[in-house]
Design a protein around this ligand. Structure first.
Ligand code: FAD
Length: 409
């Protein structure tokens, strides 16, 4: 008989849609309504059947599994935040946590489309513009991207934006470069933020719906990304790209304030993404601790390993609690930029620790992709920096609590 290799224990993520997540130790999901729970059950079933089986290979190849677009469309939730009445922020938060728990890159794809791109049209568009683009985006027949960041403008993009928009009759001419734009390699439209060159405009930043690809647009995938490898991020070169005036988002303030509204919303959702990653890391570590034996007993029985698990559970519980309360305040119309910034800052910082502790508990096997914890460990890094770095969110909160701005400009 040929010798069989040893079967190693594997950290497992419970994907049964009917099981409560063990990481929700304080039963926060009980705050949802029965109808919301039923919707999340459908989401979990889709994540179990279609997302979980493909993400390891997709991550390894740094490819987006395009078939997931159809699956997400089938859930019919992409427009839920803009419906009448809109879905609750609490529900949308749990939705992002569920997706991120299974894969944060996939959550990033979904968040860019539903939150950043659709959110820009909702916040900045006229009723006609909303009617023109949002139904197709809700059906996911048209996928959106959001072009704000630039090669020289990350944290400082509002003040330092170099992409320009020049009015030419009934058209605008866009020139410049965008960096990091999620979904851009296959998106049907990109929201491009650009500075109006009219001297009377006072340097206002305006949003444009740019069909993609458009003449003069060069989209190049960013290769070699070691975090969130599934979501497709791209550099976009804009060389005299023309769009009609009807594509300028003109229903809101028509300035950067519209982008700020969108970011407040998506920043809160990014915090939920960090919650989902922590849930996964904790649950994987707990499952491994029960299976892996050393010194003749499961490592979960060692005091030092229990310390790691309890720290992880404390992190995920505190993050979830803060995300829940922030969502409730947003639902009541009492949320603020600073609240969402603190939640994003806190959850993302705790996430970074939680995934490291989980990886530590799984030992050497924790650096192997098939054991999943390595993926969350790597993915946490980009999540820590996008939707406002820790420092930017700290400055926003610092200003709110002291009344003094420590921003450079
Ligand atoms: C995977 C991924 C996906 C993304 N998707 C999108 C997208 O779809 N659309 C989009 O527009 N953008 C996207 N981004 C861009 C993201 O929003 C930026 O990376 C982020 O805003 C930070 O900008 P930066 O990376 O240029 O860092 P920088 O702004 O260069 O910052 C570098 C460091 O300096 C610190 N710093 C900067 N200024 C100060 C200051 N005044 N005080 C103290 N510290 C400071 C920062 O906190 C950070 O630690 C994405 C990024 C990533 C990694």
């Amino acid at each position: 008989m040929p010798k069989e290799p040893t079967r190693l224990p594997k950290p497992e993520l419970d994907l049964d849609p009917d099981h409560p997540h063990v990481a929700d130790w304080f039963h926060y999901a009980d705050l949802l309504t029965d109808a919301e729970r039923a919707d999340l059950r459908r989401v979990r079933e889709f994540l179990r059947a279609e997302v979980a089986p493909v993400v390891l290979e997709a991550w390894d190849r740094a490819e987006f599994p395009m078939q997931l677009v159809k699956g997400f469309a089938g859930l019919d939730l992409a427009g839920a935040g803009y419906a009448d009445p809109p879905a609750s922020r609490l529900f949308l938060g749990f939705l992002h946590a569920e997706i991120s728990r299974v894969d944060p890159s996939v959550n990033s794809f979904y968040g860019v489309h539903t939150g950043l791109a659709m959110g820009s049209i909702h916040a900045g568009g006229t009723p006609e513009q909303r009617e023109r683009w949002l139904p197709a985006m809700s059906r996911m027949d048209a996928i959106g991207a959001f072009g704000l960041t630039e090669p020289h403008g990350g944290s400082d993009v509002a003040g330092g934006m170099e992409t320009t928009a020049t009015r030419d009759g009934d058209e605008w001419v866009l020139d410049g470069e965008k960096r990091w734009i999620g979904n851009a390699t296959f998106a049907d439209l990109v929201i491009v933020w650009a500075r109006d060159t009219d001297p009377d405009a006072g340097g206002a930043v305006r949003g444009f719906v740019v069909p993609s690809p458009s003449e003069g647009m060069t989209i190049t995938k960013i290769e070699g990304k070691q975090s969130l490898r599934i979501v497709q991020n791209a550099d976009i070169l804009l060389d005299r790209v023309r769009v009609p005036e009807s594509h300028r988002l003109s229903g809101g303030s028509g300035t950067f304030r519209d982008a700020g509204l969108v970011l407040q919303r998506t920043r809160a959702n990014a915090a939920w993404g960090a919650v989902g990653v922590q849930m996964a890391a904790y649950e994987l570590a707990l499952s491994y601790a029960a299976q892996r034996e050393q010194f003749g007993r499961p490592i979960g029985g060692f005091q030092l390993m229990q310390d790691l698990l309890v720290r992880m559970l404390g992190n995920v519980s505190a993050s979830l609690g803060m995300a829940v309360r922030n969502a409730q305040l947003l639902d009541e119309g009492r949320g603020s930029d600073a609240h969402s910034s603190l939640v994003k800052e806190f959850c993302a910082t705790r996430m970074r620790e939680t995934v490291a502790l989980g990886r530590q508990l799984v030992g050497g096997n924790g650096v192997v992709l098939e054991n999943r914890i390595a993926k969350y460990f790597a993915d946490a890094e980009a999540m820590f920096s996008f939707e406002g770095t820790r420092e930017m969110n700290t400055l926003i909160v610092g200003k709110a609590i002291t009344g003094q701005s420590a921003f450079v400009r």
